[in-house]
Design a protein around this ligand. Sequence first.
Ligand code: IMP
Ligand code: MG
Length: 180
Amino acid sequence: MTDPTFETTLLSSAQIQQRVREMGRQIALDYPEPGDLHLVCVLKGAFMFLGDLIRAIDRVVTIDFMAVSSYAKGTTSSGEVRLVKDLDTGLEGRNVIIVEDIVDTGLTLSYLQDILRARSPHSLRTACLLNKPSRRLVEVKVDYIGFTIEDRFVVGYGLDYAEKYRNLPYISVIQASNGQ
Ligand code: IMP
Ligand code: MG
């Protein structure tokens, strides 16, 4: 696989930092202490978002991680969602926020919401850094959205192309080498 072409920087590091701080402040307001707040990070794409988001939530939080695989190696969804790593602790009676990098077709998120709702949390909300509404195949509720973007494939700030470019501190649009 040859490397993709980087087109434009869609969101600068400063833009992302500012928006994530706003999201953190909003979440802290929506979940006043006392009471628990448990953030479930969807690996791998949301790891950087989670790291910045929890630093912007000025209250006690707990975190856990799960991993799903929904994409093949390129930029096209297989439409299949597989649970690769489950949570370490249960969710019963807890205030849970799913932290995800991007909602695209919505298949991954609706699958995750279904399986986590079945674990009887007290409340279940979702925070997504990015939203690509034009690609939606299933309707899914997202309570906190960082940025709504066009239907372009993006990398950086946790998001990958063939497992690469997750470490970029900004988000760029790429043109995949296979023309997708
Ligand atoms: P969905 O199930 O189609 O909503 O896809 C969600 C998952 O696909 C995300 O969690 C990402 O891992 C991946 N994904 C969707 N769009 C992009 C993108 O533009 N860049 C990188 N990964 C993406
Ligand atoms: Mg993801």
